[in-house]
Design a protein around this ligand. Structure first.
Ligand SMILES: [Zn+2]
Length: 367
């Protein structure tokens, strides 16, 4: 057994609400598309039912007071003003938000355990990657920071962890959790914080104290396409891996960086996304792969299905299998592959970022 995919139908007991952009349903579409391609019948792949995390596991990162409020908000028994980032808007209070959070976090911790004890080389939790949550605050649709909890679990076992985040939004919650920690290298490619939530992730954020040089940020201008992203990724990530020598990669594979995503303004496609997945499949010593953002649900399903295929060494045909045709609306079936070339200013900005990181961060890591 080499790869594991975590999943449960219980995800669909919960709902952020009709007008909220985060649709839990995208997980079902991904699962169904993988199934239609026969990707759970491969000899070295295993499908594992998600178990919820326990409260004591959550307390490794989140504060007792925040945990209490999450529980009460979830049960509808919290009385008072909306505290800790909860309330109408990004982080709505809905029935079962505590149980939903325990599920996506539990699956991520299961991935970390499977990889740590070498049961599998790669474990994929499409429900994970909620990278904005802070120890005492919900943020950006995230109540629990499952990537940070997985990294802490692995760090406690003595692993050196590289966190790689390609979501359109800066992986702020994870970065700040390990900003002074030299055993964890955080690397985030995202849309420039001057133009998108959460506003952080400037190239000059490179860690602090003992962690100086252990945070890397590659902010990309709106309009950045595959070619420019890939120029930056291939200039930096292999070198960072060579210098840091991680034991495990934890990756957040958000696809709101895609050209048609309604929440962000990057222009990536499955071309560069699959390049990242292929690179990690070939080079990660062990890999906890997590989902993340992605608000055009058909693109999410297609991208994460492609990712699971590549992790298993399978190359999918462009045509959908017969049994998947009913999953997608007619308008998405004859959908042209979008162009992903952005303006020239994006390339210059990327080159400036790469030069800065080579001079200020890789120099520290290499010394
Ligand atoms: Zn995002």
């Amino acid at each position: 057994m080499k790869t594991a995919f975590l999943y449960t139908d219980r995800y669909f007991d919960y709902d952020y609400g009709e007008i909220h952009p985060l649709k839990i349903e995208r997980l079902r579409l991904t699962f169904e598309l993988c199934k239609a391609y026969g990707l759970f019948e491969l000899p070295e792949a295993v499908l594992i039912e998600t178990n919820p995390a326990t409260e004591s596991e959550i307390l490794r990162f989140h504060t007792p007071e925040y945990v209490r409020v999450l529980r009460e908000a979830s049960q509808g028994t919290f009385r008072g003003l909306y505290p800790h980032g909860l309330g109408p808007g990004d982080n709505p209070i809905f029935e079962g938000l505590w149980e939903w959070s325990l599920l996506h976090t539990g699956a991520t911790l299961q991935c970390a355990k499977l990889v740590a004890d070498k049961t599998v080389n790669v474990a994929f939790n499409i429900a994970g990657g909620l990278h904005h949550a802070r120890p005492d605050r919900a943020s950006g649709f995230c109540y629990m920071n499952d990537p940070a909890l997985a990294i802490l679990y692995l760090m406690d076992l003595g692993f050196r962890v590289m966190y790689l985040d390609i979501d359109a939004h800066h992986g702020d919650g994870v970065q700040w959790a390990f900003y002074e920690e030299p055993r964890v290298l955080t690397v985030s490619f995202h849309q420039d914080g001057r133009t998108l939530f959460p506003g952080t992730g400037n190239v000059t954020e490179i860690g602090r104290g003992k962690g100086l040089g252990y945070a890397v940020n590659v902010p990309m201008l709106p309009g950045t396409g595959d070619d420019v992203f890939w120029e930056g990724f291939s200039a930096l990530v292999p070198k960072l891996m060579q210098c840091f020598k991680p034991d495990v990669i934890v990756s957040q594979l958000g696809v709101d960086s895609f050209v048609e995503d309604p929440l962000a303004s990057l222009r990536l496609t499955t071309d560069s996304f699959c390049g990242v997945i292929s690179f990690l499949t070939d080079h990660a010593p062990a890999w906890v792969a997590l989902g993340g953002g992605g608000y055009e649900v058909w693109n999410v399903a297609r991208a994460w299905t492609l990712a699971w295929a590549i992790m298993n060494g399978v190359r999918l045909p462009d045509d959908l299998p017969e049994s998947a045709l009913r999953l997608m609306p007619e308008s998405r079936l004859r959908h042209p592959h979008p162009t992903s070339t952005g303006p020239e200013s994006c390339r210059q900005h990327m080159r400036d970022c790469v030069r800065f990181i080579e001079e200020k961060v890789i120099a520290i890591l290499a010394s």
